[in-house]
Ligand binder design. Structure first.
Ligand SMILES: *[C@@H]1O[C@H](CO)[C@@H](O)[C@H](O)[C@H]1NC(C)=O
Length: 280
């Protein structure tokens, strides 16, 4: 069993890199990724970006290509801010992820960061890795590649994953540096979805001036902060202060995003037909 451990995640969020391969995968971390060249519709590009706080450009992306299912679809779960040795409902969220993961036959899991509280892993043998990851996400359906940190997912559309929110009504609120430095890059690249953690909640915010949707999934364990900020109701689609996770189903025609609570129940559903997007 080969496990690529995440680099210690520093809770100051300066370093937020690395990846976790499927907890029980028996081969190499990306053993089930296959590079298929020249078949853009048959593959999904999944890119992982390693950077410090603010990306200077997209050229740092390492692209990995993920094969889609026979019907051309792909499913995944998104969870963030989770590693607390099972506490704060982490274990319950994990078991619901297992259930939904099985239902959707997920291809992989994306983690939006803050993987090991409080200060990340102390080294390659830190038991926190087992206590907060391997022994918590035990369902068969979750034994898939786990992609942590910032990524860029390109499936006839673009999804960028980061840790910090660009827009959020949660505790930390909007991140001005990202609005200034990252958002123009996302717009220029016709990004459709920006997915993040950091605020310990689930939320969906849309935009006035672009098709970009902001999706926060940072509720993998400790939540219920109770300090929601007032937000423009025209763009605020959904906010939930408690625990949960997000699932996504991507097909050639549609992207469907669901937010689930600690019991796995669907709290919010958003679906978009890719045909509607001029950027596709
Ligand atoms: C666990 O989840 C339940 C249901 O949402 C909630 O009532 C409870 O406060 C949560 N516990 C913690 C420690 O957050």
């Amino acid at each position: 069993m080969v496990i690529t451990k995440t680099m210690a995640h520093n809770h100051n969020h300066q370093i937020n890199s690395g990846r976790i391969a499927g907890a029980a995968s028996s081969s190499s971390s990306f053993g089930n990724l296959k590079r298929v060249v020249g078949m853009p519709l048959a593959v999904v590009l999944f890119s992982i970006i390693f950077f410090f706080k603010i990306p200077s450009c997209f050229s740092q992306l390492t692209r990995l290509e993920h094969q889609v299912k026979d019907d051309g679809s792909l499913s995944l779960l998104v969870v963030g801010d989770w590693g607390r040795r099972g506490h704060f409902n982490q274990t319950i969220v994990a078991s619901q992820m297992g259930r939904i993961g099985k239902e959707l036959d997920i291809d992989f899991v994306v983690s939006t960061g803050d993987n090991f509280y409080d200060d990340g892993l102390k080294g390659p043998h830190d038991p926190a890795f087992e206590e907060s990851f391997t022994e918590v996400y035990t369902a068969d359906s979750l034994q898939k590649p786990w992609y942590t940190i910032l990524g860029n997912h390109d499936y006839r559309g673009k999804i960028v994953v980061g840790h910090h929110a660009i827009r959020s009504a949660g505790h930390h609120g909007d991140t001005e540096e990202l609005i200034q430095h990252l958002l123009p890059i996302l717009k220029a690249n016709n990004v459709d979805l920006y997915v993040n953690g950091h605020d310990h909640c689930l939320e969906h915010i849309s935009s006035h001036d672009s098709p970009i949707q902001y999706l926060t999934s940072g509720a993998g364990s400790k939540a219920w902060r109770g300090d929601t900020k007032k937000y423009d109701e025209r763009v605020m689609k959904f906010f939930y202060d408690g625990q949960g996770f997000m699932s996504m189903q991507l097909t050639n025609a549609n992207v469907e995003v669901l937010f689930h609570d600690v019991l796995g129940q669907v709290l919010h559903r958003w679906k978009v037909s890719k045909d509607l997007h001029s950027s596709m």
